[in-house]
Design a protein around this ligand. Structure first.
Ligand code: ATP
Ligand code: MG
Length: 395
């Protein structure tokens, strides 16, 4: 018996109130999008508060489950048997056939039957179904036992127009379906943090654009390729990402030539934010996202974050702000970006970095230093924006 149906579970809390239809419709279309990339034909349907995926052709089970596990908004994926209602004896036969197929005749699992009767006209109530299906299972499997408190498996029987039978709930990605919360601009470097930050925000249903500040010839094509690779890995969750590559070399050189070297990083970070915000506005993104975390490096002390933030008018989302590095590393391993992030390619911050950067920058001092750029900076920013390279990154 091949699995032809998956029951898709989503968080009931998220769908309370008048956003329910929006949430469900986005989820259905995100599932359909994701399954396009999987071999086989699938139908995704929403009926009576349930979302189902039905395989219409042969398909690869592992690949399909993996694809579904990358769709935000899904909390559980239940491989399921769906049968017509041909009377109670037939239902018991279907349940035992399903269990035999999945767990074998000799399995020694403990179980509990969980009947739900959405169709109230069904001639038995839930308790009766639990008891009778339980008996049928005990009769069919000599080693299975009932355990109502901590069973190995729940045998779920949902009586609807048709009847759903399932035992397994595969964990989904959680979060909110993409497209339910607008779009944000991720400042994506080649490091460990920013891909994780992008993943976290996209998990709340936010589409991503990304910007990478490139400083050729000080940063190589390999360094840029690394960022494209990271964007692709994030895109497995977030869907396609438009990556804006900004040539930052002339701005960095100007800062390097004219400003105090212990302020290089903080001034550079401010111009990154200014350019990112301009790109965000142009592309319909409502916020910026960075991988900053309090105290991680000199440019991320509370004072530095405050000075960096001062140039922004949009909200800057910093989902890692209170995370320890080890927790960020673990998340990056989980989402599969870690191996790429630790590849040794130079990034523009490390090349122009001072030996002793300020850790408690003073906004007025920084602004005074920036005045030394006054005659060139607007032109340089305009040129950086006009010469952007846009890369469409798909999973
Ligand atoms: P990451 O691991 O994300 O590179 P980091 O710990 O190296 O972060 P910084 O280099 O101080 O921290 O950068 C802080 C944040 O600024 C990054 O998380 C990222 O969002 C953004 N950023 C830094 N460098 C770049 C760059 N070259 N292009 C785009 N964004 C950048
Ligand atoms: Mg970095």
């Amino acid at each position: 018996m091949d699995i032809k149906f998956f029951l898709i579970k989503y968080s009931e809390i998220a769908v309370k109130g008048k956003n329910r239809h929006l949430f469900e419709d986005k989820l259905v279309s995100q599932i359909a999008n994701r399954l396009h990339a999987v071999e086989g034909t699938f139908e995704v349907t929403k009926t009576a508060g349930r979302i189902y995926v039905e395989a219409k052709t042969a398909y690869d089970y592992e690949e399909t489950v993996d694809a579904l596990q990358h769709v935000y908004g899904i909390v559980g994926i239940c491989p399921m048997l769906q049968v017509e209602d041909n009377g109670f004896a037939d239902l018991c036969a279907q349940v035992t056939a399903f269990l035999r197929e999945r767990y074998g005749e000799d399995n020694a699992l403990t179980f509990k039957v969980m009947a739900r009767r959405a169709r109230k006209s069904y001639p038995m109530d839930s308790n009766e179904i639990n008891a009778k299906v339980g008996e049928a299972v005990l009769d069919a499997f000599p080693n299975m036992r009932v355990n109502v408190h901590t069973p190995d498996i729940f045998v779920n029987v949902e009586i609807r127009e048709r009847i759903n039978i399932y035992t397994e709930v595969i964990k989904g990605a959680g979060g909110m379906p993409l497209g339910t919360n607008g779009k944000a601009m991720l400042l994506l470097s080649g490091g460990i943090d920013s891909p994780v930050a992008g993943y976290m925000v996209s998990k709340r249903g936010v589409y991503l654009d990304a910007v990478y500040f490139h400083a050729p010839p000080y940063t190589s094509e390999r360094a840029k390729q690394k960022v494209v690779d990271l964007a692709r890995q994030v895109a497995r969750y977030s869907g396609p990402i438009q990556l804006h590559v900004i040539n930052f070399t002339d701005i960095q050189l100007a800062i390097y030539d004219r400003c105090p070297h212990d302020e290089l990083t903080i001034i550079m970070r401010r111009y990154m934010m200014i350019i990112a915000e301009a790109l965000a506005k142009k592309n319909g993104a409502l916020a910026l996202i960075t991988g900053e975390s309090i105290g991680q490096v000199a440019s991320q002390t509370m004072q530095s974050l405050t000075v960096t933030n001062e140039v922004c008018t949009m909200p800057v989302l910093r989902p890692l702000v209170a995370f320890d590095k080890q927790d960020i590393v673990e998340l990056s391993e989980k989402i599969g970006t870690y191996e790429t992030s630790i590849l040794p390619y130079e990034d523009c911050c490390t090349i122009f970095v001072a030996k002793h950067p300020v850790t408690k920058p003073n906004l007025n001092v920084i602004k005074r230093s920036e005045e030394k750029l006054a005659d060139v900076i607007d032109g340089l920013i305009r040129e950086a924006l006009e010469t952007e390279e846009v890369i469409e990154v798909t999973p």
